[in-house]
Design a protein around this ligand. Structure first.
Ligand code: NAD
Length: 348
């Protein structure tokens, strides 16, 4: 078991290990005292893990309720968010109570926003159940729902007060969903750690899972403690994501976040090399890492359609856009460029 401390506007522990869900009741008592808990989960995760979570809360006599919504990105919506808020109100939750996001990134983002909004803020605990949520979305405090105009357009920063990553939960993931988390791990390797990248490229992830999750969380924790509100260095975490968000949106969310990130990382690395923005030809190694982990290495959309979708994305403000390009594996730089220049980079 490993514990990583995140030092943002709130300080909190991320506890990583096999079976750490069993700490749930004890930790809630320690951190919040005598409170009521609302577990929020999608239908798939609820059927697998909500009884277990309730059991650990019950052992400490913590009263709890369960809010369940349909799985999938479509539920990261204002409609489901308001259903959650109405549920909390109907069950008479107060500001001192706790909301637990038990699930993947969709559950974490939706619940995090709900916890910030209900009575102007309840306590939030994240229990990520996908690899992607463990290494990325459960840590750092970004929460959001999607609007018709685009992804993550309605959200706030809301740090959790505890994150429990129980690695045993990864055993029930399909290999496709597991791989989507690997895309984010490859991202951490490219932006900050060549050794981590090599390990994943060489297919040695599973036997090193605890150390890999801990390494990703500490990279994220270092970046978030320097730039919690995403005004500078935190942008590095968007490597591959600017194009990924457009890919997801254009596919009407049929292409998952992880697969879109894989495509986005590869596209931007190819562009960076062609335009002499990289010191090293990174795309070949990235292709090897993606193929080793059953991730896609081609994108179904043209550069021109991606450009127009990106133009509408929230990251493009006042005619400029931040893109993250790899200088070499383990080191990326942030370029803030005019949209016209971005268009040129895409050879339009
Ligand atoms: N807030 C952030 O910083 C941040 C960072 C990265 C991604 N995200 C967001 O995260 C979302 C993607 O996250 P995701 O891939 O975890 O999606 P998800 O939450 O939809 O989970 C994927 C699928 O896996 C199922 N599942 C979850 N845990 C399981 C388990 N242990 N066993 C079996 N099935 C399980 C879910 O029911 C779902 O169908 C996107 O909306 C993305 O925008 C947020």
């Amino acid at each position: 078991m490993q514990t990583i401390k995140v030092k943002a506007s709130k300080e909190y522990d991320v506890i990583i290990g096999q079976g750490v869900l069993s700490l749930l009741g004890k930790k809630i008592k320690e951190l919040f005292g005598d409170v009521k808990v609302c577990i929020v989960s999608d239908d798939t995760v609820a059927s697998l893990y909500s009884e277990k979570a309730k059991k650990y809360l019950g052992e400490e006599n913590i009263k709890n309720e369960l809010f369940v919504f349909p799985h999938g990105e479509k539920s990261k919506s204002p409609e489901v968010l308001f259903e959650l808020l109405e549920f909390l109100a109907s069950k008479h939750f107060s500001r001192k109570d706790v909301v637990i996001a038990l699930g993947g990134g969709v559950t974490g983002d939706l619940t995090g926003l709900g916890a910030a909004m209900y009575m102007r803020g309840m306590h939030l605990v994240q229990i990520p159940t996908t690899l992607l949520a463990m290494v990325d979305s459960s840590v750092g405090g970004k929460t959001a729902v999607n609007l018709k105009s685009g992804k993550n357009l309605a959200g706030v920063f809301n740090q959790p007060e505890l994150v429990l990553c129980d690695l045993q939960m990864l055993l029930t993931l399909s290999s496709e969903i597991f791989s989507e988390g690997v895309a984010e791990i490859i991202k951490y390797g490219v932006i900050a750690d060549r050794a981590l990248f090599e390990l994943v490229k060489n297919g040695e992830l599973v036997e090193n899972i605890e150390n890999v999750v801990a390494r990703c969380v500490s990279i994220k924790s270092e970046i978030v403690s320097e730039d919690e509100f995403d005004t500078g260095k935190r942008n590095l975490l968007n490597f591959g994501h600017t194009l990924a968000h457009s890919i997801e949106k254009m596919s009407e969310f049929k292409i998952s976040h992880g697969n879109a990130v894989a495509m986005g990382m590869l596209l931007i690395s190819e562009i960076a090399w062609k335009r002499c923005l990289s010191k090293e030809r990174c795309q070949d190694e990235i292709i090897d890492a993606l193929l080793e982990n059953n991730l896609p290495v081609s994108c179904p959309f043209t550069n021109s359609s991606l450009y127009y979708a990106t133009e509408n994305d929230k990251k493009s403000s006042s005619g400029r856009i931040s893109i993250i390009v790899p200088e070499e594996i383990g080191n990326c730089k942030i370029l803030n460029i005019a949209l016209a220049e971005f268009k040129e980079l895409l050879e339009l």
